[in-house]
Write a protein that binds this ligand. Structure first.
Ligand code: SAH
Length: 245
């Protein structure tokens, strides 16, 4: 397959099965036809988060509704480790970075959490979904992370399933054996990684989080990381020690 054919990979909501046709929406058709210059007979990859990844062939390169013939399954659907990222929204650009990186790093779900020092006024759920779709397409994921609505920290803690381990990333937590601490969590099935806002959690919030029955405190080293760096570091460590790496 040529390089040209490899590089278009699209998420869509339609069911995917052999010998069916799908019509791409306007934005995807524009991307395929005008931006990527695909023509009739060119192939691309399609996924919907349920049916695996499929090879599609452009049948009609219409700019408003490109018709794609679905040919064969390239990869069956896989389930990803149930790692949730709970993050306090930060400024727009950094929040976009968090969504993108957490999706690439395989978070199963993303939940923005409102804390005392969070200003989430500008959080746009539709934008977050688009950022996650783009990162999933690019990173060859077979699914999208579930995007949960903005939730107050207290409600998030109350609503956590009793069997979900809460990995609380806390700066200045003191030295610990990080890899050994993470290895101890391996025999669980559900995890959540919690990262705070730029201003950190308040003392009261910290007490509440540490007091939650499934909390494990994780130090990401002696330096204070920005929230987006903390997300990348924590997701990497968790995936490498208990996830699917
Ligand atoms: N302004 C705060 C730091 C907040 S950093 C202060 O100076 O104390 C934003 C978030 O990143 C924190 O709430 C924490 O969840 C995470 N974080 C940053 N550095 C960390 C570290 N070394 N270990 C664990 N978590 C860290």
């Amino acid at each position: 397959m040529s390089q040209k054919q490899h590089s278009v990979r699209l998420f869509l909501n339609a069911d995917l099965s052999a010998n069916t046709g799908v019509i791409l929406d306007k934005a995807q058709s524009h991307y395929v036809v005008n931006v990527m210059r695909r023509e009739v007979g060119d192939t691309l990859a399609l996924f919907n988060g349920r049916d695996g990844e499929w090879l599609g062939e452009v049948q009609d390169a219409r700019k408003n509704g490109c018709l794609v013939h679905v040919k064969e399954c390239l990869r069956p659907q896989l389930s990803v480790p149930n790692i949730e990222l709970a993050f306090a929204p930060v400024k727009k650009i950094q929040t976009a970075l968090i969504i993108q990186k957490a999706t690439e790093l395989g978070a199963a779900s993303l939940i923005p959490v409102q804390t005392v020092r969070t200003n989430a006024d500008r959080l746009r759920e539709d934008k977050i979904i688009l950022q996650a779709i783009e990162a999933a397409e690019q990173s060859e994921r077979l699914d999208l992370p579930e995007i949960k609505p903005l939730t107050r920290l207290t409600d998030y803690l109350k609503g956590l399933e009793p069997d979900r381990v809460l990995i609380f990333c806390q700066e200045r937590a003191g030295p610990g054996d990080l890899l050994a601490d993470l290895a101890k969590l391996k025999n669980h099935q559900k995890w959540a990684v919690l990262i705070g806002p730029e201003g950190g959690f308040t003392d009261e919030e910290r007490t509440l989080i540490v007091g939650h029955e499934t909390t494990t405190v994780l130090s990401l080293g002696p330096r204070i990381l920005r929230a987006e760096t903390a997300v990348i570091s924590a997701m990497t460590l968790v995936q490498a020690s208990i996830g699917d790496w």
